[in-house]
Design a protein around this ligand. Structure first.
Ligand code: MRU
Length: 350
């Protein structure tokens, strides 16, 4: 039986000059690690959801570039930078919506450009990628402290998708807030949506909350309205893949439905995300929503659940407009409407 004495989950880490990840495609049936020594393998892992969740893919991208620096046989700084730029491109094109991936890759490129020679660049990019991983956990804990103030004893909180330890290096964003609330001594229950088609809610959120001994009930996505209408939920907290300066939130497909339904029932809808998830430049219509393969919708696992050759629309993310968002929890504090103003202030204070 799983209890809260289980060791904290560490989604991705640097180990003996390799990148080690929990293989999330196998959860909850098997808990296995995979190890990579080639940045192309890391790119495949991101593309195929072995690792997923905005902050986790940001750090994985950074580790991918650290591997690339070791793989290159460049003898000059310029040649190594050319190799790293190509690796950056390959890693970046794996998933288009979460901005943390570009952020992580850019952080490493900045350090690489500052290096003096090949050996020094290799050492410094590996150190920087490890630092980003450690920093991710600290940021999540800080976000958790701010966020826990918003939750009361005996709240039941709904979350969608997985914005937990498994979507970050550890601790989580939305689930980090839930963990911190519980660590502050409050009793808290969670309702997790199943999150079709990939089922991050049932496979990952339910798994990690049970692993930590947090009370969790699973619902089909279709029961969101029912649970709200029947007063089974007090608050909602989700993560984000990209947040614009206007407060528009891009997150897992279905988040917009949850937020709309929350407004209808007057339930606060919070988003928890680090500053690395903000894109202060783009407008809503410039953000690319990843479209995924039809087979994710026409079957569950290996079982076919739709007729052959059916047309499918399978967007991985949607956009929740700022008027549905009660607050955005970050490691620097909580932004509230008007978001243009409050988000700007968070960045100025950074
Ligand atoms: O397709 P995924 O599983 O990578 O989508 C993940 C999400 O949408 C999460 O909610 C988001 O990345 C926030 S993770 C802290």
């Amino acid at each position: 039986m799983i209890s809260n004495t289980n060791p904290p989950l560490r989604t991705v880490e640097w180990k003996d000059n390799r990148v080690r990840m929990i293989d999330q495609t196998k959860l909850p049936n098997e808990f296995v690690y995979v190890e990579y020594n080639d940045f192309n393998q890391v790119a495949d892992a991101i593309r195929n959801l072995v690792v997923r969740g905005a902050p986790a893919i940001g750090v994985s991208g950074a580790f991918g570039l650290a591997l690339a620096s070791m793989q290159s046989d460049a003898e000059t700084k310029d040649d190594l930078l050319v190799y790293l730029k190509k690796a950056h491109e390959i890693l970046l094109e794996t998933r288009p919506t979460a901005v943390n991936l570009k952020w992580g890759l850019d952080q490493i490129m900045k350090i690489a450009q500052q290096g003096e020679n090949v050996e020094q660049i290799r050492t410094s990019v590996i150190e920087e990628a490890k630092r980003l991983a450690e920093e991710d956990v600290k940021i999540n804990m800080s976000m958790g402290k701010f966020g826990s103030e918003l939750f009361a004893n005996n709240d039941t909180v709904m979350t969608h998708c997985n914005a937990g330890a498994l979507a970050t290096v550890g601790y989580g964003t939305a689930l980090g807030v839930i963990r911190a609330t519980r660590e502050s001594g409050k009793n808290i229950k969670v309702i997790a949506t199943e999150t079709r088609p990939i089922q991050q809610g049932s496979r990952l959120t339910a798994f990690e909350l049970k692993h930590d001994g947090i009370d969790v009930s699973l619902i089909p996505d279709t029961a969101v309205g029912y649970t709200m209408a029947n007063n089974l939920v007090n608050k909602i907290v989700v993560g984000a893949d990209r947040i614009l300066r206007t407060g528009h939130v891009f997150n897992k497909i279905g988040t917009y439905q949850v937020a709309t339904m929350a407004k209808q029932h007057n339930i606060p809808f919070y988003v928890a995300a680090p500053l690395s998830t903000f894109d202060l430049k783009s407008n809503p219509d410039e953000v690319i929503i990843e479209q995924r393969k039809a087979s994710e919708v026409t079957g569950i696992g290996d079982k076919k659940t739709a007729p052959d050759d059916i047309n499918v629309i399978n967007p991985a993310f949607d956009m929740t407009p700022p008027e549905l968002v009660s607050g955005i929890i970050t490691e620097k504090g909580i932004a509230k409407a008007p978001f243009d103003d409050s988000i700007k202030k968070l960045f100025e204070a950074n």
